[in-house]
Design a protein around this ligand. Sequence first.
Ligand code: 4AD
Length: 467
Amino acid sequence: GKEWTDVSDLVEEMVGSEVLIRGRVHTDRPVSSKLGFVVLRESGSTVQCVVSQSETNKVGTNMVKYLRQLSRESFVDVIGLVVLPKEPLKGTTQQVEIQVRKIYCVNKALAILPLSVEDAARSELDIEKSLQAGTPAARVNQDTRLNNRVLDIRTPANQAIFRIQCQVENFFREKLLSKGFVGIHTPKLMAGSSEGGSAVFRLEYKGQPACLAQSPQLHKQMAICGDLRRVFEIGPVFRAEDSFTHRHLCEFVGLDVEMEIRKHYSEVMDLVDKLFVFIFTSLNEKCKKELEAVGKQYPFEPLKFLPVTLRLTFAEGVQMLKEAGVEVDPLGDLNTESERKLGQLVLEKYNTEFYILHRYPKAVRPFYTMTCADDTLYSNSFDVFIRGEEIISGAQRVHIPEVLEQRSGECGIDVKTISTYIDSFRYGAPPHGGFGVGLERVVMLFCALNNIRKTSLFPRDPQRLAP
Ligand code: 4AD
């Protein structure tokens, strides 16, 4: 019946008391037959345990022998006395030491691990080494880490990344619930594709052709037709991406929003502004420790954002690029490079790394996007950027069924496969709009990480279906 103490709770006030803790063998260092050290780790926290034979602790010798055969990462339980070390400790998070009275192995890890947790934490620094060895650097390291993801996740930076990710979802939900939104779940098995294009996983559904949902787009709009008025969803999104890039996954987590619009699509951008300023502020306030842990392995500057998010029109963006000597098609889409460039220009001019670009050319947006009332070449749509990379796309939607039919035809979508969607608008639908956010991208770009695989627990990309 002894109570368990978390390693993270071992502090100076506990000196003199006996505790029971469980942790992994982080490092062990038998020094002599009578003295040994073992550092125990429990998620991010570490504490040094001392096994010694002394006047007060007669059990030492056998225990030091026992320490020698404990492999790294094994789970052990320790009963011991909390003491203050003779000198301040450097290698552990906790500043007290445990004088071991009893130690049990709960479950042994393989003696030789494919990747040590320290190696995983250091692997970014090893790029130089692998360059010297003539192997492609980042890929080697990243693949090794991802192949051994359960070990990789144990590193402090990764522990922090997935806690931050959880909080982004949490703040997203919290803010939307407070504004009267309803959380929904839409089907991931669909008869037709929702975003068009080739990036769709096809499958057979009881003898009928089907595909995995490329977004909740159609059904979240149908929820609006069903009078749910303001909805959000957090769920998986599937894209059969061909491009192997730092920011594309074949499965990611989508944060989706759809809402009625009274007058203007700026109402949707107002929500993006309030929601993301809240998310960023809350992360900075409530995830200090986690952000620090990420920064320790991957140093980054905190995100610069304004209290009210900057909005530029696509045409203004094109003009800024033009003035900087970058010519882009005013009725085309921006490529990755021009998006980055525009991000830099915006940072220089407005001192923000988070902004909204709206009124995109109609031709580059999906079929369900509403055309601008005053200029049919443009659309009531927007993208949102962090550090020059897209995290959100959104728009006002077409709510007139005849227009939807015509637009989907023009965009090469087989109207038959989405007939139930189009029919939903025949019974009266309010003007509405919304947006979709990629969760992994938000975390990646907030922490200025260089690869989306770092913010996906078990990433799925064009070359990876395991672990
Ligand atoms: O820009 P996308 O494709 O837009 C939609 O799915 C619309 N239905 C959204 C809407 O409501 N109008 O995807 C939305 C976001 C992107 O901005 C990006 O952050 C992320 O999803 N995303 C990806 N993330 C990781 N890997 C991929 N392959 C992604 N494709 C899009």
